[in-house]
Write a protein that binds this ligand. Structure first.
Ligand SMILES: Nc1ncnc2c1ncn2[C@@H]1O[C@H](COP(=O)(O)OP(=O)(O)OP(=O)(O)O)[C@@H](O)[C@H]1O
Ligand SMILES: [Mg+2]
Length: 312
């Protein structure tokens, strides 16, 4: 459906994209995860037609988009700084694209009503966007992008500026919406939870390239290399192998033990435990138990072999 092939972009000689390739199927949501500066926004801007690539091409349903201006690409955009029109009301914002292409006023009003319903803002047509909360503004931006029924929706950290709780709620809503509408979307984030929750597949970017594309399960099970594993926040990564922390069992010892608990922190349903092994190594474990050993306790460690992954 959407293909970005070998895209290259340089700014003053410095590469922002270097052969970035991404394939998105119809109805698929691909989340793009990567460190700051890895080229995520640039990739979206090239797909949207806001940035000309130095090399490579973008295809939509097989046809090359070179020379097609942004507003004729059938691509909807939702960016972090949602760039709503501050002096228009909600209706004026959501209706923008529809009016631009000349839809009749009653059709516009009907469509805007539908969209506000969809994003949970029914009846707010007349509100000035300046009086809306950050989360509400983000929903307006989403409604505006969806209004002209784009073939593809591109989102760049749309929840980035919101607080944690609102983010979690909007994340649920978005997941539901993407599902319901069968949207084809590329969703950029640097938040792993967001990427894993929303993505049918996750594309990991590094230094201007897409280095791995996989389902969340595959990515967690088989990260490409030590860098990707670390970036995903998987602990116990060494040069050529990793030990997934959920495969490490930490048991209070009845004998001498293999090491000592250095830290045990509850982060919600799980406890993150760090063990300093007597041979000098460190091992992170996660435990889903209420009763867990505490710092200073001597422990034994048992590793499920399935949790040991060889890296290339
Ligand atoms: N208009 C520009 N002029 C010069 N350099 C740019 C421009 N836009 C992006 N860059 C550079 O290109 C690289 C990639 O930037 P990009 O914005 O795509 O990264 P990103 O992955 O979106 O990062 P972040 O997570 O911080 O948003 C960065 O080094 C950035 O400084
Ligand atoms: Mg960015």
């Amino acid at each position: 459906m959407l293909q970005a092939e070998e895209l290259a972009v340089r700014f003053d000689g410095t590469p922002a994209l270097e052969g970035a390739t991404l394939d998105v199927g119809a109805g698929e949501v691909v989340t793009v995860l990567g460190p700051s500066g890895s080229g995520k926004t640039t990739l979206l801007r090239v797909i949207a037609g806001l940035q000309l690539p130095d090399a490579g091409r973008v295809l939509l349903d097989g046809s090359d988009l070179a020379g097609v201006p942004p507003h004729r690409r059938g691509i909807g955009l939702v960016f972090q700084d949602h760039a709503l029109f501050p002096h228009r009301d909600v209706l004026g914002n959501v209706a923008f694209g529809l009016r631009m292409r000349g839809d009749p006023p009653d059709a516009v009003a009907r469509r805007v009503g539908e969209l506000l319903e969809l994003v949970g803002l029914a009846g707010l047509e007349q509100r000035s966007v300046g009086t809306l909360s950050g989360g509400e503004q983000q929903r307006v931006a989403l409604a505006r992008a969806l209004a002209p029924e784009p073939r593809v929706l591109l989102l760049d950290e749309p929840l980035g500026s919101l607080d944690r709780r609102l983010r979690d709620r909007l994340l649920d809503d978005l997941a539901h919406l993407f599902d319901e509408l069968g949207l084809t979307a590329v969703y950029v984030t640097h938040d792993q939870t967001e990427a894993f929750t929303l993505g049918d597949r996750v594309a990991v970017m590094r230094d201007g390239r897409v280095v791995q594309v996989a389902t969340p399960d595959e990515l967690w099970a088989r990260p490409l290399d030590a860098d990707v594993a670390r970036f995903l926040g998987i602990a116990n990564v060494r040069a050529d192998e990793l030990v997934r922390p959920e495969a490490v069992r930490v048991l209070r010892t009845h004998g001498r033990g293999m090491g000592v608990i250095e830290r045990a922190v509850r982060t919600g349903p799980v406890v993150r435990i760090r063990v300093r092994l007597d041979d000098g190594g460190m091992l992170e474990a996660v435990a889903a138990t209420i009763d867990h050993p505490s710092p200073g306790d001597r422990v034994d460690v048992d590793i499920d072999p399935e949790g040991i992954v060889r890296l290339r």
